[in-house]
Write a protein that binds this ligand. Structure first.
Ligand SMILES: *Cc1c(COP(=O)(O)O)cnc(C)c1O
Length: 419
């Protein structure tokens, strides 16, 4: 929560570098090599604030007459005379628009590290499945959370159908620790969605590595500005880019960041096999959205804390959870390993009917699923049937509205929905 003071202070370098790319032709600039070292990005990784890094993330070196962020490259195939060498051959394997987005996400998830590889996917589930199904075989054991994203049980059933042993435990209390003996992969989701429990990632990673297991962390809720799982020792940071990373509720996206090497080669191969690739337009929109990531998360997360504080005062609200609240059960560990606490607040109203009336009475909060967007959303989570939550359980995603307006709307809807 420390470096917001450094944000918003660009260094006035708009003129710099006009001639930097003199020997790079515009054509080459539009198709940067996948391994492009980005000297500016490397310089920024050394100590720049999150806002500075977000607006610059993944941008190519400036080239005269080229745009700052090259537009989406729509191509099923690329000119390829002779031996088929990369980087760009066929559109299911690589695309220049992905390359830039992958650089951006990698810079945010693992600043200053050049030993990591980032792969983007069509959705968060595509990214999750690519890790689960590329890393384990029949006979292996996997440890999943039992309170994670609602599609994880579907992945569990599929793993079991392939002969993989699946063990589950809750996120809170580091309960997954007890299941690690003989496991091949530990899957962590912290904070968990929708319960907002947090586990001690480094402690679990150390225990898993001591037993030879790989560790993947679902970083969707935190975003890379809230938590950097690779710095906590994880082998993979996996996330849905559909949520706060892109923040406008208009695209689906997923990504995996991991140390380069065998494990990531297998993830890349899985992406090719299943073809779960993002369209160039989605990839470009995502990259464009990341420029405002720091502004959005700072605004939304600060308002989420205010909302949580306001809800805490209401007698009809129980089970209030927000990891940023000092007395939240997750706060102590969250404060150790997170830099921001997310934009999701969860709580329970006395009955299903009360929750429905509350949602109906809201004017600035849409009754919709998903989270992380600039427009606030809320839903009665029990309507899906997948999460183990009370009927009156509400997951509220705090947007970028004025905090006073949003708090007033929520309190008014609580009053209006009273029996
Ligand atoms: C939404 C979500 C996913 C799935 O992402 P999609 O982009 O919807 O496929 C995975 N994990 C968490 C924690 C999520 O919130």
């Amino acid at each position: 929560m420390s470096d917001s003071a450094t944000s918003g202070r660009a260094s006035g370098d708009g003129e710099r570098g006009a001639a930097d790319g003199a020997e790079t032709t515009p054509h080459q600039a539009a198709v940067p090599p996948r391994t492009a070292a980005l000297p500016r990005a490397a310089a920024l990784a050394q100590g720049a604030g999150d806002g500075t890094r977000a607006v610059r993330a993944g941008l190519p070196e400036p080239v005269k007459h080229e745009p700052t962020l090259p537009g989406p490259v729509f191509a099923a195939h690329f000119h390829l005379p002779g031996d088929p060498t990369g980087p760009y051959t066929y559109g299911r394997d690589e695309n220049p628009t992905w390359t830039l987005l992958e650089s951006a996400i990698g810079e945010l998830e693992a600043p200053g590290r050049d030993d990591v590889e980032t792969l983007v996917f069509a959705s968060g589930m595509a990214a999750i499945s690519s890790v689960l199904f590329s890393q384990v075989r029949a006979g292996d054991a996997v440890v999943l959370p039992n309170d994670g994203y609602q599609a994880l049980p579907l992945a569990r059933a599929q793993l079991e159908a392939y002969g993989v042993e699946v063990r589950t435990a809750p996120t809170g209390g580091d309960a997954q620790l007890d299941l690690l003996d003989g496991a091949k992969l530990l899957w962590i989701e912290s904070p968990s969605n929708p319960g907002l429990d947090v586990c001690d990632i480094r402690r679990l990673v150390d225990a898993a590595h001591a037993r030879g297991a790989l560790v993947a962390v679902d970083n969707t809720l935190a975003t890379p500005l809230g938590q950097r799982p690779l710095e906590l020792g994880a082998d993979f940071s996996v996330a849905s880019g559909t949520k706060q990373l892109t923040g406008h509720g208009d695209i689906l996206l997923g990504y995996v960041v991991g140390r380069g090497g065998e494990a990531m080669t297998a993830v890349r191969r899985w992406r090719k096999i299943v073809g779960a690739i993002p369209g160039p337009m989605e990839a470009w929109l995502a990259h464009r959205s990341i420029a405002t990531l720091q502004m959005r998360v700072d605004r939304q997360d600060a308002t989420a804390l205010r909302v949580a504080e306001a809800l805490r005062e209401r007698p009809e609200v129980t089970g209030l959870r927000y990891p940023g609240l000092p007395d939240d059960p997750s706060h102590k560990i969250a404060a150790q390993q997170m830099r921001r606490f997310g934009c999701v607040v969860s709580f329970t109203l006395p009955t299903r009917a009360r929750a429905d009336r509350f949602l109906d009475a809201l004017r600035l909060v849409d009754d919709a699923t998903s989270f992380g967007g600039v427009r606030s959303t809320a839903e009665r989570r029990g309507r899906w049937g997948g999460d183990a939550v009370p009927e009156g359980f509400i997951r509220l995603s705090v947007g970028a509205e004025d905090p006073d307006d949003l708090v007033a709307d929520l309190l008014r809807a609580l009053d209006a929905s009273a029996d």
